[in-house]
Design a binder for this molecule. Structure first.
Ligand SMILES: *Cc1c(COP(=O)(O)O)cnc(C)c1O
Length: 246
């Protein structure tokens, strides 16, 4: 572990000292258990800590507890946190929220991957920004598998064209697919949606061998997502506690 890790001040937003570390330990165990039940290797699923709305101190506490992958849903917010996080080695930050075209350059600079690409226009702007930065950026396509207006993403029937368009961008790497299912009280209700995303990935994997990641599953349904093949679960509330209502 790098020497310069700052021991986090206890955040007033956190319920008790060790709250984040305890939650991480419990969730890691639940992930391993879900992998075993699904007959998958114990390390088949990566855990992302979704730190949106939570202070840098909470991120630092998770980092000290071994967490390396974090997710933020707004470019601006992530950018404001970054100066205090830059010294944390191996830190990986993914964008999981909708991206506007006027923020693509900042996003390309700030994040190690973008999981919420849903149009060719956004992809091409990211590609141009990465050309300037001299970097190759892993991206995932967010697929809209819910009827709700509040959900973002590419319609399933528009996916083949979008994948082909991204594959033609020299500074983007087509890394996977992401989705946010409609909320159901019983997390098993999201199983069908998770299975649909997996089927879409399998369908396109031969053509695009870098397409490997299935980013699906959140605090209340990550176990169901793992049963359906998730490789990356995005967990916020269960790690950091509840967020202020938007
Ligand atoms: C906020 C958010 C999450 C985490 O949600 P929790 O229910 O707090 O675990 C996951 N994915 C996306 C896209 C989000 O915006």
């Amino acid at each position: 572990m790098p020497q310069q890790v700052r021991i986090p001040r206890h955040s007033p937003k956190l319920e008790s000292v060790g709250f984040v570390a305890d939650n991480l330990e419990r969730i890691r165990a639940e992930i391993v258990a879900a992998c075993i039940r699904a007959g998958r290797p114990e390390d088949a699923v990566r855990l992302m800590a979704v730190s949106k709305t939570h202070p840098v101190d909470a991120i630092a506490e998770a980092y000290v507890a071994g967490q390396r992958l974090f997710g933020e849903n707004r470019v601006q917010e992530a950018q404001s946190k970054l100066p205090e996080l830059m010294h944390l080695q191996e830190l990986e930050l993914h964008l999981i929220g909708p991206l506007q075209s006027n923020k693509t350059a900042k996003a390309a600079e700030t994040f190690s991957a973008i999981e919420s690409v849903d149009s060719l226009r956004i992809a091409q702007r990211l590609d141009a920004a990465c050309a300037t930065l001299g970097k190759v950026l892993p991206v995932m396509v967010e697929v809209k598998l819910s009827e709700e207006d509040s959900k973002h993403g590419c319609a399933p029937d528009a996916l083949p064209a979008l994948l082909a368009g991204i594959a033609a961008c020299p500074h983007l790497e087509l890394a996977g697919l992401m989705t946010v299912p409609e909320y159901t009280e019983d997390p098993e209700g999201a199983r069908g949606t998770f299975a649909t995303l997996r089927t879409l990935l399998e369908k396109h994997q031969t053509q695009y061998p870098t397409l490997r990641e299935l980013s699906m599953g959140m605090s209340h349904d990550f176990v169901a997502a793992i049963a359906e093949g998730s490789t990356l679960v995005r967990v916020g509330t269960a790690i950091f506690g509840s967020r202020p209502k938007a």
